[in-house]
Ligand binder design. Structure first.
Ligand code: GLU
Length: 509
């Protein structure tokens, strides 16, 4: 029943991990709800027991949490329309399916799977495709074709049956989609879809429409792959007499592979080296393990920001948006019709941008956790300084960790090319002199060491570049890196002089 209140739902089937297309659908629903002060529901569509994957529902809930998409109503939260898990609503659907049979919009079909397979094979032999529908339903085993007493007898015998929708024979439907405008369908091309299965469970179509109605959904925002279901759904609303409160529909564009044609698939990630899932997922059915954005070191805000721009644009040049800003700016009218090409480099770019804006303290805490996992502990102050110094070149906190290795361990080897270029006969004596100078300074703040060293170099009359390079090699082992005076401030006076002496020792006098 549509109300004036905006109510949208994310309705995943727990058939595996939610990939980034699914997260984007959730995100657009969430943003739309926030934009209009409405409700964001989570409904789990788990009526297909054959495709149920243990752990998938928990995964979906955790992934939404990680992305910061707070659910107002639904699985894990509760609400006035509970239960929100379709497997717990079986009885409701049965009643609605029977209502359609009573009104002549649906019928009972007793055809056994084997019989239908035969029909399929026969059609195939003629080069046709078998479609259970208006053209042949009168010749099949159902309550429209059989005499009433035969139907009665079958029911008394407890014959298994499904309930099928009676698709109008040849009707032109003009339906509205918020993103696509008018979409036309001819029912002649559609089959009599099963609404209720022999196992006592509804199919997706019936459960989805009944729930959207009962849960007072105002807008259905879902992936383009559901567009072909729209005519059936619209006809179900009509058959139930709910046309005037039918939700408005918006079908989101596909997310395309980074290169080439087609929809981004979970395999593409492994092939091309990027995650397609928000979080790691170990598929219990196949034993396969899938990488996640979370474990790869992405900030959820960066991931969400990147997703928001996959198929939507704000109409301005702005690219960096907080979740709140997105909610303020979002509109379905600005969602594109054509597929959105996924770009893993752009995902990294967003993370880099977000990392630059993170407080050094927060980065230091994340870095500290990583180091602890490797078995060493560092002073927080020191880590804060390291993050401040190294973040500019980093995309992930792990990049800071990798670039910071020389802080935690004095170099044992020195960049060969750098040595060849910068380590001259006079270098050892100069560096030992420099070590003495540094050891005698009262302040080791970068500005002070820099002033002292520059003065010393000017006095000596030696080339600045070559000596600074040798100095850097001795301290870090590398030929380039962050500002050296900042580096030695963090390392401290003792460690700095120790490293100078050690380099002279190793690389020769
Ligand atoms: N259960 C469907 C899915 O897995 C929901 C589609 C819809 O939103 O109607 O995507």
């Amino acid at each position: 029943m549509r109300t004036d209140r905006v109510r949208v739902r994310f309705a995943p089937s727990p058939t595996g991990a939610l990939h980034l297309g699914g997260v984007r659908t959730a995100l657009f629903n969430y943003l739309f709800a926030r934009r209009h002060g409405g409700d964001f529901l989570l409904r789990v569509e788990d009526t297909d027991q054959g495709r149920f994957v243990p752990g998938a529902e928990e995964y979906i809930i955790d992934a939404l949490k990680w992305c910061g998409l707070t659910v107002d109503e639904g699985v894990g939260v509760g609400g006035p329309h509970a239960p929100y898990r379709q497997s717990e609503r079986g009885e409701i659907y049965r009643q609605f399916a029977e209502r359609l049979v009573a009104s002549g919009n649906a019928y009972l079909a007793f055809d056994l799977p084997g019989e239908l397979n035969e029909r399929r094979a026969e059609a195939e032999a003629r080069g046709e495709i078998f479609v259970y529908g208006a053209a042949n339903r009168d010749a099949l085993k159902n309550s429209l074709a059989l005499p009433p007493d035969a139907v009665k007898k079958l029911l008394e015998e407890g014959a298994g049956h499904v309930i099928r929708f009676k698709m109008p024979a040849n009707e032109e439907l003009a339906l509205q989609d918020i993103i696509r405008g008018e979409v036309r369908f001819n029912t002649a091309l559609l089959d009599d879809k099963v609404l209720f299965k022999a196992d006592g469970m509804p199919t997706y179509h019936l459960a989805n429409v009944v729930d959207d109605h009962l849960m007072e959904i105002s807008h259905v925002i879902r992936g383009e792959e559901w567009l072909p279901s729209l005519p059936l759904h619209a006809l179900l609303y009509r058959a139930f007499g709910w046309e005037d409160t039918m939700p408005l529909f918006a079908h989101l564009p596909l997310i395309l592979k980074p290169v080439g044609n087609g929809k981004l698939s979970k395999r593409d990630g492994n092939k091309m080296g990027f995650p397609v899932f928000p979080m790691e997922f170990a598929d219990p059915a196949t034993g396969e393990k899938w990488r996640g954005y979370k474990e790869d070191g992405y900030f959820p805000e960066a991931f969400v920001n990147m997703l928001a721009l996959l198929g939507w644009n704000p109409g301005t040049e702005q690219e960096i948006f907080s979740l709140e800003e997105l909610a303020g700016a979002f509109s379905l009218e600005r969602v594109n019709r054509s597929g959105a090409r996924f770009n893993p480099d752009k995902a990294r770019w967003f993370n880099h941008k977000y990392l630059q804006e993170k407080p050094d303290e927060e980065l230091a805490d994340a870095l500290s956790l990583m180091l602890e996992a490797e078995g060493f502990r560092r002073d927080r102050e020191e880590l804060v300084k390291i993050c401040r110094l190294l973040k500019e070149r980093a995309t992930f906190v792990a990049d800071i960790r990798d670039a910071a290795r020389f802080f935690f361990r004095a170099p044992l080897e020195y960049d060969e090319k750098g040595v060849r270029k910068n380590w001259k006969a006079e270098t050892p004596a100069l560096l030992l002199d420099l070590a003495r100078l540094l050891a005698g300074l009262d302040s080791f703040a970068a500005a002070d060491t820099e002033a002292a060293v520059r003065e010393w170099i000017a006095d000596k009359g030696v080339g600045l570049g070559q000596l600074m390079n040798a100095f850097r090699l001795a301290i870090t082992g590398f030929a380039d890196g962050p500002r050296l005076f900042d580096v030695i401030e963090i390392l401290g006076q003792d460690e700095t002089t120790r490293r100078l002496a050690a380099a002279v020792e190793r690389l020769g006098h």
